[in-house]
Design a protein around this ligand. Structure first.
Ligand SMILES: Cc1cc2nc3c(=O)[nH]c(=O)nc-3n(C[C@H](O)[C@H](O)[C@H](O)COP(=O)(O)O)c2cc1C
Length: 251
């Protein structure tokens, strides 16, 4: 079973490819959190890195997983460049539940936070080709139940970014708002939000549980979603090229 969390499709694309290569079924992490997965002999977790650490929503969902301590558990993190402590944090959460992560790796992908810094994730599509062979290696490793950790060592940046007050400040700065004058109430943002944080009452309204995935920012057909004072252009909006909007509806 491969469990995924995604904002713009990178992690879902990786999870899908691993699912095809290994024959393991796919499930959104949010759907798995309330089930007994004790019968699963192989469980993979695929999710993005946010601010050198694990997205809060992923942490919360992993805390609620019920896995078999005998299962072969692996983690693959997608990131723009650095995984920070995003693998370590999940390993520690599972360890407390008596579950060892046997194998972990990372895949570099277009950075979906790039528009906040004035850059375009669509200029980074070369990463998809460059890291495709790594995905083949990871799939081959999983099939033979290989053990080993890559890019999993904890570091100071990830530790600092994970301090609750720092995390609130950093990720809070990425939580989008809706420009009501541009919003046409189409509901696309609510449909793709992986934590169900957006409600539609004529226009879109953000709730208090944003995990800063930026899925809504990238999916809005009217570019009505902004981060702070930053709106992004249609050209800067990103979704993994093999993913459709309905693919991103993960609840
Ligand atoms: C709020 C936020 C913070 C991010 N922080 C990092 C980071 O610390 N390091 C990194 O390499 N990429 C970072 N990224 C980029 C994502 O990890 C990367 O684009 C990932 O593949 C997105 O996956 P998704 O499409 O499945 O949501 C960040 C993205 C967001 C939205």
């Amino acid at each position: 079973m491969i469990l995924y969390f995604t904002g713009t499709g990178n992690s879902l694309a990786v999870a899908q490819q691993l699912s095809v290569a290994t024959g393991e079924n796919l499930m959104p992490l949010s759907a798995a959190a309330n089930r007994d997965l004790g019968a699963e002999r192989c469980v993979g977790l695929v999710y993005p890195c946010y601010d050198y650490n694990t997205p809060p929503a992923v942490r919360n969902l992993v805390e609620r997983l019920r896995l078999n301590s005998e299962a072969y558990v692996f983690v693959v993190v997608t990131c723009g460049a650095q995984t920070g402590n995003s693998i370590y944090t999940v390993r520690q959460i599972l360890k407390k539940q008596g579950v060892e992560v046997a194998y972990s790796h990372k895949i570099r992908m277009p950075d979906n936070s790039a528009p906040i810094f004035g850059r375009n994730p669509n200029d980074q599509l070369w990463k998809l080709e460059k890291y495709a062979t790594r995905l083949d290696t990871i799939a081959a490793d999983i099939k033979v139940r290989r053990h080993g950790h890559h890019f999993a060592a904890p570091g100071l940046a990830g530790w600092l970014a994970g301090l609750p007050a720092v995390e609130r400040k950093l990720l809070g700065g990425f939580c989008p708002t809706v420009d009501e004058s541009r919003c046409v109430g189409c509901g696309t943002c609510a449909a793709v939000c992986p934590v169900g944080n957006i409600t539609m009452e004529g226009k879109a309204h953000m709730g208090p549980n944003c995990t800063a995935c930026l899925g809504c920012l990238h999916a809005c057909p009217k570019q009505a979603v902004a981060v702070g004072k930053k709106t992004i252009t249609r050209e800067q909006q990103y979704r993994h090229p093999k993913m459709s909007l309905p693919d991103l509806e993960q609840r």
